[in-house]
Design a protein around this ligand. Structure first.
Ligand code: ATP
Ligand code: MG
Length: 366
């Protein structure tokens, strides 16, 4: 079996690391030459609009999937004529546009933050003046890791924010006062069979996911599964799909959908019976899905901006280090750590190692 993956970043890399033991081969397609999955299969580096290269890619694989939702829909529609694509372009299109995504949630009866479509600088000023609460202003498309979003506390900021965000279509969302952020990783196969991972609690630093952990029998598990089921059925979805929620006194308010494996599910490599990566591959190949249960307690941390001293980390028993082999850059995700059956002391040692020398993250240690 040969799988074609659009995108060749760390998610593609971890898909390959899960698929190789199953005898799966990979062909990656990305427009960036320095792509960290490149060494784990064949690699085609070309623009997503290059039909000749896309044909070469699609003609040599059995199934196509993606590791980023920002693949142009035209690319998906082009390759679907040559090989099946999971998830499908309709599902991906909904998640590419924050307004469409919110409308979709609301149609399914899933609560979201109140939101406003913003197409001009004067519309942003007007909304900011009328709406007395803090707003999160985000680009409608292509945002990730908190990029392309700013907080608006006062109408005077509207002009600056409109300029800083590139004078493009935006969404203004009411800022939610949540108790915690959670996400559900769910999987659906062509036959309609579905499974769900335990709900994960996520903590962001500076707009980027820093820490995820899970608790046994989370009180919001059943509600999150119900919402995920509605979303996957409505999209006739195949593969892994993630929904991020704000937990507001027990009510789950949906933030966004990722039509792919997700950072908050990386722990599943080391602490679940079957990883999210393996289950995504099983789903798109229409193979039986693997058990999703938690085999051990864990805390997952992202390694951001710089790779710390590996020997200090590996001295901690029960720690699994995943280095994506990427070059360092500010706010870039370089790897992650899963700490299994962690003690509080081990967590605080890891946190100190990860956030030291990072001025923006120093407050985390106080
Ligand atoms: P990621 O790639 O990490 O998912 P993103 O750039 O797609 O990030 P969001 O997930 O929408 O953007 O927002 C990033 C984080 O900013 C959220 O996880 C949350 O902490 C905060 N945030 C976003 N929208 C809101 C909101 N309406 N109310 C409160 N906090 C918010
Ligand atoms: Mg998010």
């Amino acid at each position: 079996m040969k799988i074609g993956v659009l995108g060749a970043g760390q998610l593609g890399r971890m898909l390959a690391l899960a698929g190789i033991p199953l005898g799966i081969e990979f062909v990656f397609y990305d427009n960036k030459p320095q792509s960290c999955a490149a060494g784990l299969g064949k690699f085609i580096c070309a623009e997503f609009s290059d039909q000749q290269k896309l044909s070469e890619f699609a003609d040599q694989v059995d199934v196509i999937t993606l590791e980023t939702e920002n693949v142009p829909i035209a690319t998906l529609e082009f390759v679907i004529n040559k090989a099946p694509v999971f998830p499908g372009s309709d599902a991906v299109a909904v998640t590419q546009d924050r307004i469409r995504e919110k409308e979709f949630f609301n149609r399914l009866g899933i609560p979201t933050a109140r939101y406003f479509q913003v197409d001009t600088g004067s519309a942003l000023r007007q909304i900011a003046t009328q709406h007395k609460h803090t707003l999160m202003i985000k680009s409608r498309r292509f945002g990730y890791d908190g990029k392309g979003q700013m907080q608006l506390d006062h109408p005077d900021q509207a002009n600056t924010i409109w300029q800083c965000l590139g004078q493009q279509p935006l969404i203004a969302e009411q800022r939610i006062a949540f108790n915690r952020e959670v996400s559900i990783i769910s999987v659906r196969r062509q036959s309609g069979e579905m499974c769900f991972y335990p709900l994960v609690e996520n903590y962001h630093l500076d707009g980027i996911l820093f820490r995820s952990h899970s608790q046994k029998n989370d009180p919001r598990q059943a509600l999150a599964e119900e919402y995920a089921q509605r979303v996957m059925q409505a999209l006739n979805y195949v593969g892994v799909l993630t929904i991020e929620f704000f937990d507001c006194d027990g009510e789950l308010v949906a933030n966004e959908i990722a039509p792919r494996v997700h950072n908050s599910g990386h722990w599943s490599i080391d602490a679940a019976t079957t990883s999210q990566f393996e289950n995504h591959l099983r789903a798109i190949l229409n193979l039986p899905l693997g058990e999703t249960s938690l085999e051990r307690e864990f805390v997952m941390y992202n390694i951001i901006s710089r790779m710390p001293d590996k020997s200090a980390l590996l001295a901690i028993k029960g720690l699994h280090l995943h280095d994506y082999a990427k070059s360092s850059a500010m706010k870039r995700k370089l790897g992650h750590i899963t700490l299994c059956n962690p003690t509080e002391k081990e967590c605080s040692v890891v946190e100190r190692i990860l956030v030291q020398d990072e001025p923006s993250q120093a407050s985390y240690l106080n």
